[in-house]
Design a protein around this ligand. Structure first.
Ligand code: ATP
Ligand code: MG
Length: 294
C-alpha cells in the first residue's frame, strides 16, 4: 500500500469520527525571507490570547528557530519525536507567554514523505487533539517557494502572506501567489489568501503594497486576495527582537504592537467566514501528506 492509499483509508476513518469543535488554522508565509512572519505569528498570538482565544503556534520553519527565541523556550521534543519516537502531543507542546502553546516542527515536516499507515493515523489523530487545546492554530513557515512551504499553503484554509514595500519583497510575494493560484489543486473557494504589509512608513505605503499585488492577481491570475492590514516599521520591534523579547509584551503601546492588535481583531472579526472554510488541522495535514505522496 502506498502513502496515497494509506491516506485514503485514514480519511475514511476520520470522517466517521469527525470531531465537533475544529480550531481555526492559519498559515503565515512570504515570498522573500526576513519580512516579519515570525513576529506576526507571535505578536498576533499574544493579542488573540489577550482577547480570550487559546492559541497554539506550530513552527514549520526548518531554518532558524525564530519562535523559540522570542518565546525564550527550548522545546524538549518536536514533531519528529511524535511521529518516530511515539511521544504524545502533550509532550511536544511547550507553553510560552500567556499560556500560548508552541509546537516545533523540527525535521518532522521535511521527512513526511513516506510514513506508515500507523504513523499517519497517529500524526493526524495527535494534531486533531490540538482542537481541544486551541481556538486558533498559527503555522509559521519559512520563506519562498520551496515545496514544503507551497504545499502547506495549498493545504491551508487560510493564509497570511507578508510582504514589505521593497520591490524585491513584492516580486517574490507575487511569484508565490502565482505558484499558488496557478497550482491545479488550488481552490478559490477553499483557501482565503490575506495580505499583511509590514515595515511600512505610512498607511498609504501599506495600501499600495496590497493594491500592487491585488492588481496583478486579479488581472493575470483571475484571483482574489484580501487586505488584512499593515504593520509600521518600528524601531521598538527591532529592539525587542534583539533583546529576544516580544514587542507586544514589552511595549504594548508601541506603534507595531498596536498594529498587531488591530490585525488580531480584524482576523477575529472574520470568524463567520472561518466557519465556512471549516478545515481544521487534521484535514490540513491530510491534504499536505496527500500532496507529498503524489
Ligand atoms: N515592523 C517592523 N519594524 C522594524 N523591524 C522589523 C519589523 N518587522 C520585522 N522587522 C525586523 O526584521 C527581522 C526579521 O523578522 P522575522 O524574524 O519576524 O521575519 P521572518 O519573515 O520570520 O524571517 P525568516 O524568513 O528568516 O523566518 C526582525 O528581526 C526585525 O528586526
Ligand atoms: Mg521566521
Amino acid at each position: 500500500m502506498d502513502q496515497a492509499e494509506r491516506l485514503r483509508n485514514v480519511i475514511k476513518q476520520k470522517r466517521k469520527g469527525m470531531q465537533q469543535k475544529v480550531a481555526r488554522v492559519v498559515t503565515i508565509t512570504s515570498g522573500k525571507g526576513g519580512v516579519g512572519k515570525s513576529n506576526l505569528a507571535v505578536n498576533m498570538a499574544i493579542w488573540r490570547s489577550k482577547m480570550g482565544k487559546k492559541v497554539v503556534i506550530i513552527d514549520a520553519d526548518l531554518g532558524l528557530a525564530n519562535v523559540e527565541v522570542m518565546f525564550g523556550t527550548v522545546p524538549k521534543y518536536n514533531l519528529s519525536d511524535l511521529i518516530y519516537q511515539g511521544r504524545n502531543i502533550q509532550e511536544i507542546i511547550t507553553k510560552g507567554p500567556l499560556e500560548i502553546g508552541f509546537v516545533s516542527g523540527g525535521l518532522g515536516i521535511a521527512g513526511m514523505n513516506n510514513l506508515s499507515k500507523d504513523q499517519i493515523v497517529y500524526l493526524v489523530h495527535s494534531l486533531g487533539e490540538l482542537n481541544k487545546m486551541a481556538d486558533v492554530i498559527i503555522i509559521d513557515t519559512g520563506a519562498g517557494i520551496s515545496d514544503s512551504v507551497l504545499e502547506f499553503v495549498l493545504a491551508s484554509p487560510e493564509v497570511i502572506l507578508v510582504s514589505t514595500p521593497e520591490p524585491s519583497s513584492l516580486t517574490d510575494a507575487y511569484s508565490l501567489l502565482k505558484a499558488v493560484f496557478r497550482n491545479p489543486i488550488f481552490s478559490k473557494k477553499k483557501t482565503k489568501v490575506n495580505i499583511v504589509a509590514n515595515k511600512v512608513h505610512s498607511a498609504e505605503e501599506g495600501e499600495a503594497v496590497f493594491t500592487k499585488l491585488n492588481s496583478v492577481v486579479s488581472q493575470f491570475l483571475k484571483g482574489d486576495i484580501n487586505f488584512l492590514g499593515i504593520v509600521p516599521q518600528d524601531p521598538e520591534l527591532d529592539k525587542a527582537v534583539r533583546g529576544q523579547k516580544i514587542v507586544s509584551v514589552e511595549k504594548p503601546h508601541a506603534p507595531a504592537s498596536r498594529a498587531f492588535q488591530v490585525l488580531a481583531s480584524n482576523y477575529i472579526n472574520d470568524e463567520h467566514e472561518a466557519v465556512v472554510l471549516h478545515k481544521g488541522i487534521a484535514q490540513l495535514i491530510i491534504n499536505f501528506l496527500a500532496r507529498k505522496s503524489n
